[in-house]
Design a protein. Structure first.
Length: 143
């Protein structure tokens, strides 16, 4: 990903997005204009398994099914390898992922993202009015 100025690791329009088999599964829009923190340093992607009772509506994890395994194949990252937050080479508008095409999901990607969320999302704190009765700022501008 690229940096604009000295305050943002991503160009003003680009958004970090994670895809699995060409389907967006995670999108992080830049809402810094309403005070929401936005990535300002190089990032990394990690995959983990964690105790997620809270995300399973109180159902305990079935540890008897362990060991849990995840396999990655054909894994690729499109972005700029930044050696520092001010890495000039990552600012280039010539890099494909800095173009307007990457400023938002296209209509097909948006539909796929909504389908994935409705089918697989178990918990969304933005919808948890019992825990967060007042809508959180970052939830006001959801995709």
């Amino acid at each position: 990903m690229a940096k604009e100025g000295k305050s943002n690791s991503f160009r003003s329009g680009s958004i970090p997005r994670l895809f699995v088999d060409e389907t967006p599964i995670r999108v992080f829009k830049n809402n810094s204009n309403i005070g929401i923190d936005y990535p300002s340093q190089p990032m990394e992607v990690q995959g983990t398994i964690w105790k997620g009772d809270w995300a399973a509506h109180g159902k305990p994890v079935d540890w008897d099914s362990a060991p849990f395994k995840a396999n990655y194949q054909g894994f690729g990252i499109d972005g700029c390898q930044a050696l520092s937050p001010n890495d000039e080479k990552c600012q280039s508008p010539d890099l494909a992922w800095n173009g307007e095409k990457f400023w938002d999901l296209d209509p097909n990607q948006r539909k796929a993202y909504e389908d994935v969320r409705s089918k697989y999302l178990k918990y969304d704190y933005c919808s948890d009015r019992a825990r967060y009765p007042t809508v959180l700022p970052e939830c006001q501008n959801n995709l």
